[in-house]
Design a protein around this ligand. Structure first.
Ligand code: FPP
Length: 278
């Protein structure tokens, strides 16, 4: 039975950049373009974000600019997914969440939805061995039970086959909406209150009923393609996240963009409503 979280829920210039992260015991070289070497040197590996969340936007525009069908943009988007996943895992970022399909995305034409689901299934099937090689554990958030049955089965299979991995958690947000998540959390709390007669709700209790229970809140939220909105993504969890928006369309997103986002993140002063150090 699918777990509760799922139920509700370069070749050029190979840099000699070798890392050993706590949760990732094997030394793995990251393949980088020469331009990325400089960026890498600027990253303080001891102050990485614990959780990066990405709104992958711009697949349609990428395709349109090339007079290609929208799905070609989504297909190219998978290459960017691989770049982001691999770069994050190898740097030692503990959590990476990708907004892959929102509750609002059902409004798209049936053919696009079908193709997106099929791309997701292809990704899951192809990527299991790569996820295992990179010690990455898959997680999912969203109303997964409403997805087509074959997609649920492939997700369950990948969850099972990567469960033993101790490195980065790759969290796919699928049929996800932050408002839906809050509604589901409140419903669970109401059900509990009915059973127990009473219930005192505070921030930590509510957090424990979100799909993301047990995950740290994202400290860096990246959005591609230049739009300045949150699009119903992790609204509760990004309360104190640093936002980083790039004009780059998602299919063009490369390791260097991720590195630049982390460099900029590390320059920010995070005050959490306090006065900070300066
Ligand atoms: C937004 O671009 C992107 C999506 C709605 C889907 C994202 C999906 C992928 C990158 C491929 C599958 C993902 C995984 C994890 C296997 P858009 O279509 O809204 O672009 P537009 O705003 O330019 O039209």
């Amino acid at each position: 039975m699918i777990a509760h979280r799922i139920a509700c829920g370069k070749k050029a210039g190979v840099l000699g950049f070798l890392l050993v992260r706590d949760a990732y015991k094997v030394r793995v070289p990251v393949k980088t373009e020469p331009v990325e070497e400089d960026l890498l040197k600027q990253i303080d590996l001891d102050r990485l974000p614990k959780h990066i969340a990405i709104i992958m936007d711009g697949n349609g525009r990428w395709a349109k600019r090339r007079r290609l069908p929208r799905i070609a943009g989504h297909r190219a988007g998978i290459r960017a997914v691989r770049q982001a996943v691999e770069a994050s895992a190898r740097l030692g970022v503990p959590y990476l969440t990708l907004y892959a399909f929102s509750v609002e995305n059902w409004k798209r034409p049936h053919t696009e939805i079908k193709l997106l689901m099929s791309l997701l299934r292809q990704y899951l099937k192809k990527e299991i061995s790569e996820l295992n090689r990179q010690n990455i554990r898959l997680e999912v958030i969203g109303r997964i039970h409403e997805l087509p049955k074959p997609v649920i089965e492939d997700l369950q299979n990948t969850l099972d086959q990567t469960r033993q991995n101790t490195g980065m958690r790759l969290v796919l947000a699928l049929n996800y909406g932050a408002r839906a998540e809050l509604v589901d959390a409140v419903q669970e709390l109401v059900d509990q209150a009915k059973q127990n007669g009473t219930l005192k709700v505070d921030e930590s209790l509510l957090s424990e009923h979100l799909y993301t229970r047990g995950f740290p809140d994202p400290d860096l939220l990246i959005r591609t393609s230049g739009e300045l909105r949150l699009s119903n993504f992790l609204l509760w969890q990004v309360a104190y996240a640093e936002l980083w928006v790039t004009e780059t369309l998602w299919p063009d997103f490369k390791q260097r963009d991720l590195f630049q986002a982390i460099i900029d993140f590390q320059k920010r002063e995070r005050r959490y409503g306090g006065l900070g150090m300066s």
